[in-house]
Write a protein that binds this ligand. Structure first.
Ligand SMILES: Nc1ncnc2c1ncn2[C@@H]1O[C@H](COP(=O)(O)OP(=O)(O)O)[C@@H](O)[C@H]1O
Ligand SMILES: [Mg+2]
Length: 238
């Protein structure tokens, strides 16, 4: 069974032209799938729709065989809590909580309490052990981004979505985060990552190129140069 299946997904925000115009894709167990495309092409909107954070206008999204549209609001929230992790472009950390509590919270909410050793390990893996007692406002953007990644990794969801997870990071730290996401896509667990960094995208098992609300190309284990060529073609064709 696919971890994620989307069929002919469209999304409009009322009035204007549709942002997503018929997207079908699937994500298999253990896969890391990258999504690239020009700015404004609908990458974040697509991730939100796939994660059930935005309702689709038409089409269907199923996670682990469960159609999201069939779940009511509360069951959808519970389903997301139990199966889905999201690394937001804007980090979405809870400002009143420390790094430690931000990382520990989702597992606690999912009634899958994790031990202090696991929280410590997740924070250590993103290189923030010395900041565990800090609050988000006391951290740089890049550090907050790494907390957001640690939070998702600690919870070990079946499906992780990450929106520009290396956007605020220098090359070395971005590399470390990509390695963690690569490791998180293992066994039955999968990762879908949006990025404008073509080297990062090329770490994926598959790279999907979004253009103008449609999937323009799908590359299997491409080199960064092949991703660049596909994105270039997508941009020129707009
Ligand atoms: N909540 C929203 N309401 C109206 N328009 C939106 C909303 N979210 C995104 N859009 C529009 O959808 C388009 C794609 O945005 P987005 O998905 O953020 O693109 P990307 O992540 O590829 O840069 C943009 O034109 C943006 O203005
Ligand atoms: Mg975006």
């Amino acid at each position: 069974m696919s971890v994620l299946e989307a069929h002919e997904v469209t999304k409009s925000f009322g009035g204007t032209e549709a942002v997503l115009r018929g997207i079908s894709l699937h994500v298999e167990p253990g896969e890391l799938v990258s999504i690239v495309g020009p700015s404004g092409s609908g990458k974040s909107t697509l991730l939100y729709c796939l994660a059930g954070l935005e309702a689709v206008t038409s089409g269907t999204v199923s996670i682990l065989g469960t159609p999201l549209a069939g779940l009511g609001r509360r069951r959808l929230a519970a389903f997301r809590r139990d199966h889905v992790g999201f690394v937001f472009q804007s980090y979405n950390l809870i400002t009143s909580l420390t790094v430690w509590d931000n990382v520990a919270l989702p597992a606690r909410l999912a009634r899958r309490p994790i031990g202090a050793d696991e929280v410590a390990a997740a924070i250590e893996r993103v290189g923030l052990s010395d900041r565990a007692r800090y609050k988000p406002a006391q951290l740089s953007g890049g550090q907050q981004q790494r907390v957001a990644v640690a939070r998702v990794l600690a919870t070990r969801p079946d499906l992780v979505f990450a929106d520009e997870p290396t956007g605020a990071l220098d090359t070395a730290k971005g590399d470390a985060v990509l390695r963690l996401l690569r490791e998180a896509a293992t066994g039955d667990r999968s990762v879908v990552m949006v990025t404008h960094d073509l080297e990062a995208a090329a770490r994926g098992d598959r790279v999907l190129v979004l253009r103008d609300g449609r999937l323009h190309a799908e590359l299997h284990h491409p080199t960064p140069a092949e991703v660049l060529a596909a994105v270039g073609a997508a941009s020129e064709a707009v």
